[in-house]
Structures are given as structure tokens and as C-alpha cells.
Ligand binder design. Structure first.
Ligand SMILES: Nc1ncnc2c1ncn2[C@@H]1O[C@H](COP(=O)(O)OP(=O)(O)O)[C@@H](O)[C@H]1O
Ligand SMILES: [Mg+2]
Length: 396
């Protein structure tokens, strides 16, 4: 394949390793400077210039978009998507993961463990927010910090309040997050490629530092993840829309708590710690997927007016329970079942002979008017205590 690595750092460990892995496998690979693209919307079809000239044809790109160029970088990736060039990480996925709040908002409905987090703006709401996540000591985070910069552990309510007020007065938005004491100075980085974890390490902070970032002096060691960690990492990456991701998890008393999903994970620490060929795994994955450019299904399907995608639920009292998809009458109503979700199990392209059970969720494509009556009522808001058995605040 012909692969472009979008990177501003051709000399960095990660870029060099990815390029070498691609060359080793006989691919044609170029490292292109993300900021030298020109997005061209002047002709009939979406196009790209590079260094002022029309870009040649590529089969795939691997975006390595730094934090400082998110807007332009994701615009370039989006343009490649419009041109049907395969990318493991979409512009949307990169944008979602860039902002810690956005990342948590998206993950929060999917039953993925994460540290209790709140986001407030008004001064009067700060103390109740801190109390809601378990009180002091509490973690305060800038929305777009990296390398541990902008992550503060406030020992008391008073200090937390003062820090938040100071940051807000300089127009910085901050998250308030429960301090996961049992994982102090320790976290797990899982490198997800496609639907598996290809390498994982534990990072341990230096001295009494609570942040385990390597840039803060943390050390790394290879770990074997148990199934809960592996499944959480893969699901978090998938939900974010990323096929190549570094998923950071705290080790909570009741299992993994996702802290962050990185769309351009560094390879040096993890390859050194695990002695695994992560770059090779990434290149092989892309090579396997090249034929499948990312398609925004909703966008494409909504072009057929009156049709769309919806998730329908088989109510326990409904006539559908116990019938097959064929007998259900869905097909006659012009509703096609694309996938059937049962608990954590997913059945793609279910057969007409598939029997439906109560609480099955069906992702369907069909006439919106027909599906309207079958869309489940919005779930009642759960009482706040529900989170507690999952991630209890340890008694201090
Ligand atoms: N809620 C928390 N409880 C305990 N430790 C935390 C918490 N949040 C962050 N940390 C520590 O701080 C480090 C940096 O936090 P993170 O959210 O990953 O920010 P960054 O993007 O700057 O790496 C983490 O790797 C972890 O060691
Ligand atoms: Mg981090």
C-alpha cells in the first residue's frame, strides 16, 4: 500500500519506527508535514494540495496530530475521509479524544468505568461539585492538558476552590474529578489497535508525585492485562472512533477507570517496556483495512429522505418477544435489522430466523415514520446512588 504518515516530527521515535515498520513490510511510505497541506474545495471533488502541488494518490493515512494543531490537523484528516482514503483514526475521533470533558461525556453512557467527574462554571456550584465527587482531596484538570501539566491534586476544599477560581479567572475551563487514592502514582496504558490490546504497561510516578506521566519522571514496566482492563480499553477506543489509541486507566478498587484516550499515542515508552513491535502491529492493521474507508453512515443514509437509522428495543411486554425477525413484521414495514445487541453480545446481520428476546436492542435502518412508535421512551434518570456500588469512595 501507499501510506502517508501525517506528522510534524519526522525525527521522533514514533514516526521513525512507523516509517521503518512500513518499509520493512515493502510498503511505499511518506512522512508528510500536516501543516503543509492545502484543503482544496475549488473543484468538483474534494482534493488536497501538499506543499503547493496536487497530492498524489494514497491508500491510507496514519494521522499523528499534535495537540497544538488539532483544528487544522483534523481538517486535513476529514478531507482525506471525504476522498475515501482510509484512516484508522477519524477527524471526529481525534477531536473527541482531545478534550477530556468531551471524551468523558461520550464514554459516560456506555457503562465504562471512569473516575467520578463534574464540570461547572459558576462559583456557587464549585463546592457542591467537589462534594458530589467525594470531597477533598480532589483532582482538578485543565480540559486540554497533556503530559501531566494542568493536573493538580488539591488537598482541601478551600485550596480546591481557590485553584478553580484562579484558573477560571484566566478563562481556563477545569474538570473536577474524584481522586482515585487506591491508584495514587500508578496507572495503566493500553495500546489498542483495531479490536485488541497489542501492548500494555504500568506507569509509576517518581517519589511522592501522584502523576505517573513519563514526562513527570514516571517509570514504566510491561504488564499483562486481565480481561476487564482489556475489554474496557478496546471498548473505550471503539466508542471514541479510534482504531489506534492509547487508553489510560487508573486501577480502581472495583476495576479499570478510564482517564484518557489518546489518538496519537507515543511508541517509545511502550515498545521499550514491552519489547513488542507496536509500530508493526499498527502498519499491519492499516494494511488489512485499506479497502474499507471510513464512512459516516448517518450522513450517507440520511440522503434517502424519510429513512434513517434508529435503535429499537424489544419491550418485555411486546408481541415481538419470542418471534423471529422474519415473523416480526419489521421487514414488511420496510425496517431492516443491521445488528442485534443482547447484553454485551453483538450479532451483526442477524438472520430472519433469529428469535427475539426481551430487552434486545436492534440497530435498524428504515422508514423513520414506521420506527417512531418503536423507539424506546427515554430512560428515567437513574438515582445518583447507582454509581456508588461501582466506584465507591473509599472511607478515609
Ligand atoms: N482522578 C485521578 N486520581 C488519581 N490520579 C490521577 C487522577 N487523574 C489523573 N491522575 C494522575 O495524573 C496523571 C495525569 O493525568 P491525565 O488526566 O492523564 O492528564 P495528562 O493528559 O496531562 O496526562 C495520570 O497519569 C495519573 O497518574
Ligand atoms: Mg495522561
Amino acid at each position: 500500500m501507499k501510506l502517508a504518515i501525517l506528522s510534524r516530527a519526522p525525527g521522533s521515535y514514533s514516526t521513525k519506527r512507523l516509517r521503518a515498520a512500513a518499509l520493512d513490510r515493502g510498503h511505499n511510505v511518506k512522512v508528510l508535514d500536516t501543516l503543509r497541506f492545502g484543503i482544496d474545495l475549488s473543484s468538483d471533488l474534494p482534493d488536497l494540495q501538499y506543499r503547493g502541488r496536487q497530492l498524489s494518490d494514497y491508500d491510507a493515512i496514519l494521522p499523528r496530530i499534535g495537540n497544538s494543531i488539532t483544528y487544522f490537523g483534523t481538517a486535513v484528516v476529514r478531507q482525506f475521509e471525504q476522498m475515501d482514503v482510509y484512516t484508522p483514526n477519524t477527524a471526529n475521533g481525534i477531536g473527541n479524544s482531545r478534550d477530556k470533558l468531551r471524551c468523558f461525556q461520550i464514554l459516560s453512557r456506555h457503562n465504562i468505568g471512569m473516575p467520578a467527574t463534574t464540570f461547572v462554571r459558576d462559583r456557587a456550584d464549585v463546592i457542591p461539585a467537589i462534594e458530589r465527587v467525594g470531597g477533598a482531596p480532589v483532582v482538578i484538570k485543565l480540559l486540554e492538558g497533556t503530559q501531566g501539566i494542568g493536573v493538580i491534586l488539591a488537598p482541601s476544599l478551600k485550596v480546591a476552590e481557590a485553584i478553580i477560581e484562579t484558573l477560571q479567572s484566566t478563562r481556563q475551563n477545569v474538570l473536577i474529578q474524584r481522586f482515585v487514592k487506591e491508584s495514587k502514582g500508578r496507572d495503566i496504558r493500553a495500546l489498542v489497535v483495531g479490536d485488541r490490546v497489542v501492548a500494555a504497561m504500568r506507569r509509576t510516578a517518581k517519589g511522592d508525585e501522584f502523576r505517573s506521566n513519563v514526562h513527570r519522571g514516571g517509570s514504566v514496566e510491561a504488564v499483562r492485562l486481565d480481561e476487564a482492563y482489556e475489554r474496557t480499553a478496546v471498548r473505550a477506543a471503539q466508542i471514541m472512533g479510534l482504531k489506534v489509541a492509547g487508553v489510560d486507566m487508573l486501577e480502581g478498587n472495583h476495576g479499570p477507570l478510564v482517564m484518557e484516550v489518546n489518538s496519537s499515542p507515543g511508541l517509545e515508552g511502550i515498545e521499550t517496556a514491552t519489547k513488542l513491535d507496536v509500530a508493526g502491529a499498527i502498519v499491519d492493521y492499516i494494511d488489512n483495512q485499506v479497502a474499507f474507508p471510513q464512512i459516516d453512515v448517518r450522513e450517507r443514509l440520511s440522503v434517502s429522505t424519510g429513512y434513517g437509522v434508529a435503535e429499537l428495543v424489544v419491550h418485555s411486554d411486546a408481541k415481538l418477544v419470542g418471534t423471529t425477525i422474519g415473523e416480526s413484521g419489521l421487514l414488511e414495514r420496510d425496517i431492516l435489522v443491521l445488528t442485534l445487541h443482547r447484553g454485551i453480545k453483538v450479532m451483526p446481520n442477524p438472520k430472519v430466523s433469529q428469535v427475539l428476546e426481551a430487552e434486545d436492542r436492534m440497530l435498524c435502518f428504515g422508514k423513520l415514520e414506521e420506527m417512531r412508535s418503536m423507539i424506546p421512551a427515554r430512560p428515567k434518570r437513574r438515582p445518583r446512588v447507582r454509581k456508588l456500588p461501582k466506584h465507591p469512595v473509599p472511607e478515609s
